[in-house]
Every structure is written in structure tokens, then in C-alpha cells.
Design a protein around this ligand. Structure first.
Ligand code: SF4
Ligand code: SF4
Length: 61
């Protein structure tokens, strides 16, 4: 896989839960239902970005 820099941020999460088990690295966690990203665990595979129906998970360079 190509090397990526940057990180994933959650903006405007609607707590739908669709990304719940999608992260292969366990980098997604929820606080009061809102999704957050553990940048230490995230390897930028983009699975969550593709999955979120609300486009709340965004790749920032
Ligand atoms: S980009 Fe991949 S590794 Fe990073 S939080 Fe999303 S699903 Fe997990
Ligand atoms: S799929 Fe998107 S809107 Fe739904 S819980 Fe995950 S980040 Fe939030």
C-alpha cells in the first residue's frame, strides 16, 4: 500500500454506528456515541471513510 501522511478526523458524526466494527486496527472509539479516531492505531486504510454514510470521517492531509 502506498505510504500516506495525514490523519482521519470525525466531523459531524451522527452516531449511526455503521462504522462500529469496520476498523481493522481498532482505532475507532466512541464517546457519548460520537466517533473518535485513535491516531496512534490508525494506518489510514480508508475503510471507515468509505463506510460512513454521513461523510463524517474525513481524510485530512
Ligand atoms: S482509516 Fe482505517 S485504520 Fe484508520 S480509523 Fe479508519 S478504518 Fe481504522
Ligand atoms: S458511520 Fe459516520 S455517522 Fe455513523 S457512527 Fe460512524 S462516523 Fe458517526
Amino acid at each position: 500500500m502506498e505510504e500516506r501522511e495525514g490523519f482521519i478526523v470525525a466531523i459531524g458524526c451522527r452516531k449511526c454506528g455503521k462504522c462500529e466494527n469496520i476498523c481493522p486496527n481498532g482505532a475507532l472509539y466512541r464517546i457519548n456515541g460520537f466517533v473518535n479516531v485513535d491516531h496512534e492505531k490508525c494506518d489510514l486504510c480508508m475503510e471507515c471513510v468509505k463506510t460512513c454514510p454521513n461523510k463524517a470521517l474525513v481524510y485530512m492531509e
